[in-house]
Structures are given as structure tokens and as C-alpha cells.
Ligand binder design. Sequence first.
Ligand SMILES: *Cc1c(COP(=O)(O)O)cnc(C)c1O
Length: 433
Amino acid sequence: MQYFSTNNPEHKVSLSQAVIKGLAPDNGLYMPERIPVLPKELIESFSEKGFQEIGYAVIGALFSEDLSKSQIKELVDHTLTFDAPIVQVEEDIYSLELFHGPTLAFKDFGARFCSKLMSMLQVKDEKTVRVLVATSGDTGSAVANGFLGVDGVEVIILFPKGKVSLLQEKQFTTLGQNITALEVDGVFDDCQTLVKQAFLDPELNEKLLLTSANSINIARWIPQCLYYFYAFSRLPKTGKKVVFAVPSGNFGNIGAGILAQRMGLPIDHFVAATNVNKVVPDYLRGDAFAAKPSIQTVSNSMDVGNPSNFPRLLSLYGNDESLFREKVRGYFYSDEETVQAIQAVKPKGYTLDPHGAVGYLGLKDFMSENPGYVGVFLETAHPGKFRDVVEDALDEELVLPERLAAFLEGEKNVIPMGKSFEEFKGFLEGLDS
Ligand SMILES: *Cc1c(COP(=O)(O)O)cnc(C)c1O
């Protein structure tokens, strides 16, 4: 199967080029040229199948022309080493818990799949793949842990000095092996600028094989459709219509849900829930799409003013804006409302993280306007990852899962870096000599 650029449907590349390049040269996002539709009986049979088995069927439908059966199995087995259970929170409302992976956020799914696929597609004797990532927290930890120890791949993480929580920092600065962390004397935007400059520098790209592992890469984006199939298969068969609410920032996660829907999964509606970074909810209510500077909130992994996956969503609806606006409902919430949701749900016996809380609020609003649905909101991170906000909201101490606590023991190891491109380029050039 080939992949086209959202900026030019005539520009098509192979799976391996799309994965290794990340972004199309015309700045577009890669999309599969055909979206396979799974037979209805197959989707119905998922309720008797395990997560991995569902994964073989879905990934097989997308990648069988490019990968062997055993490669597909290896890829899915490597990705799905932890569960994604649905937990009932209220009548007809379920939380899809995506935080049972190594770094306790949903990005573990995409990062694990991406690392395995990159190493599979890498031609023998080719240069080492250098994955450059700028992070403000969760992406760095998921990518570092996903790529740890993967042959032929080196990960270089750029993070802003003093701007990342201790817990997040420990998750990518203590690993060693093929993971290098650069502590940049600047803010997140400086890190992102350095990475972009490196991708555009002809001399560097002549010498090194550089790629990106953020959610614009199809290898991180596509596998996220798996847990929609799995969650749907575990819902009680009530005959009611199903809505999924997705707390969104760059809109990769919700885009993967729409991909699952286009592959035949009978999801009736999507809710795009955001914090006050509400470019997409504004668009869905009729405004033109207009990127804005991002605003800091308590759900900081969604503080995105220019959602990079937006063209992908439009493409999934055949670039039909009115269809897109009809099928996806947008809502946004303030920090105050987010904290109140965490407090209101606690007595029901469930602890939300600030991102899941935004998803929950969106689901509640949609369901009160549209009775008769069963709803699922995505719980994208463990509340312990956003300990300060959740502990403040609930006025009690959270018990950290062992995996999180274990990271705190490791020793931080970083290379200090200024924000000039010359210094960063010099560092990269030194890698192969
Ligand atoms: C990255 C992230 C999001 C946003 O996901 P997108 O795919 O960028 O929309 C939401 N919640 C958490 C916890 C995240 O880390």
C-alpha cells in the first residue's frame, strides 16, 4: 500500500519511506491511499477475541502488502503488552484506561509500535536511524521507553531545562543505552525549532538518517486505532448508539478513532474535548481554522494552539467540512471546570486525571444534549502523572504506581545544550565520527 501527502494526493511513497521520513517533503501528513473496511462479522467476532488477536486482524488489513504475517504478529505482540480495560464510572458511561503501559500515558501504544516498525523497515547495513524528539513531557518519556534497546535506532530527546516535571524528566534522563537527553537552556519552542532546523539542514541530512517520532508519523498514529476496536468489543450489547469522547491536543488520538470508524467500526459519534486551547471546537462550531499561540493549563499535554493532525481529520472525511462538522462535536473547558470534574467524579469511586476529566465533561455534555447513547471517554494518563493538580483538587495524597515510583530512583544523565543551532548541529555531526 502507498501513502499520499495531505498536501498533494499525487505525491505517494511506500510504507517504509512514510515511516522513515515522518513528514512529507511538502509539509503534508501521510495517509493510507485506501482505507480497508473490515467485514461486519469479523468486527462482531472481536468480542470473543483477545486484544492481540484483534490487533492482528486490524493491522493485517492495513499492512499485509508490506509485512509478512509473522512480522505483523511480532509488531502487535511487542506493542500490546499491557491491557486497556474499560471501567464503568456511571450508568452508560465508561472510562477507557490507556495508562497501563510503561510510562502511564496512551502515547506508549504509538511509541512502542513506531520503534518496532522502524527497526523492521530499516534496510540492513543502512545508517543508524536517529530519532529526534522535542518534548514538554509525555512524548519524551513514551518515545524513550518505546525505543530503549532497539537495534539500529538512537533517540535524541531535547527538553527545556527546568520546565518539565521531575517525574517526567526522570522517565527519559535515567535510561542510558540508545537514549540521549539534551537539556536545552530555553523553552519548549526552542527545542522544537532546533529539531525542525536539523530536518531542514541539507548537510546534516546528507550525513545522517534523521527522523521524527511525534504523532505526525503514521507509525505512531495508526496503532492508536486498535484500542477503539478493543473497547467497542467489550461494551455491553445494549443496542444503544455509541459515542467516544477524546481529550485532544494535537488530534492524533481522535483521528485514529475516526480511522477505526472508517474501517467499519460502528461508532456513531465523536466528541473532541479540549481545554481553553479550543481552535478545533471553534472550527467545529463554524469558524475558519485559525492557529493560535498556546495557553498553559492544568491539562498541559493538550496545550496546543496549532493541532498538527488537523489535515488528517479533514482527509478522513474526504475533505468535506460539513460532514466533519456533523460527525464530530467539539467542547472546551476551563481549568476550574476540569478541577470540579475531578472532584465530582471522586465520590463515584473513580479518580480522573486532568485530561480524562476534560474528556468526561465533553461526554456528559454530549449525552445530555443527545439522550440514548452509551459513551466512552478516553483516560489518557494515570492521575499520578499529574499528581500536583489531582492532589490539590482532592486534598489527599495519591499512591504512585510502582512503575512511576521506580523511575524516581534512577540517576539523571544529560548533555547541556544552548539554543543556537550551530551548537546542536556540531553535536549531531560528532555522532558518527
Ligand atoms: C498527548 C496527550 C493528549 C493529547 O493527545 P493528541 O493525540 O495530541 O490529541 C491527551 N492526554 C494526554 C495525557 C497526553 O499525553
